[in-house]
Design a protein around this ligand. Structure first.
Ligand code: HEC
Length: 122
């Protein structure tokens, strides 16, 4: 029996290193899955914003001209706009623009809700 007593340790080491590589490759695969999940999550957020609330649309597209409190700026104040415009007229302005007001700021499926919301501002 003159087997080298170190050999079992070397075998264990080789297994250990092999296992390490295996796990780290698996880890890479998992990381890709996680990244995919993240992408998926971002997409659902996007589709949320496609039907965003009027407040959010206002913050994104209107605030720069109509003010953070609808008080007006470049554009006229939108508070009490319902006193002189009907919902349909507001819709018309949002859809087609008017004067210096650009058209097409609001996605079509959100225009109805947006017009009602703006019309109701007090
Ligand atoms: C680039 C600046 C600008 C942005 C951005 C803008 N507007 Fe305007 N808006 C104007 C101007 C200027 C007018 C006045 C147009 C005119 O004199 O005919 C106006 C007019 C209006 C009117 C009619 C007000 C009235 O009393 O007759 C409404 C309603 C309106 N905007 C809503 C919006 C909404 C909703 C958004 C965001 C989706 C928006 N606007 C974004 C500039 C802007």
């Amino acid at each position: 029996m003159n087997r080298n007593p170190v050999i079992p340790f070397i075998i264990i080491m080789v297994f250990g290193i092999g296992l390490m590589f295996l796990l780290s490759f698996k880890g890479l695969g998992d990381a890709k899955d996680l990244a995919k999940e993240k992408d998926g999550g971002a997409k659902t957020e996007e589709s949320d914003s496609a039907s965003a609330s009027p407040e959010d649309i206002y913050k994104q597209n209107c605030i720069s001209c109509h003010g953070n409190a609808y008080q007006g700026g470049v554009g006229p104040a939108l508070k009490g706009v319902g006193d002189h415009l009907s919902v349909d007229e507001v819709k018309e302005v949002i859809t087609n623009g008017r004067g210096a007001m650009p058209a097409g700021l609001v996605e079509e499926q959100n225009i109805d809700a947006m017009a009602k919301y703006i019309h109701g501002l007090k």
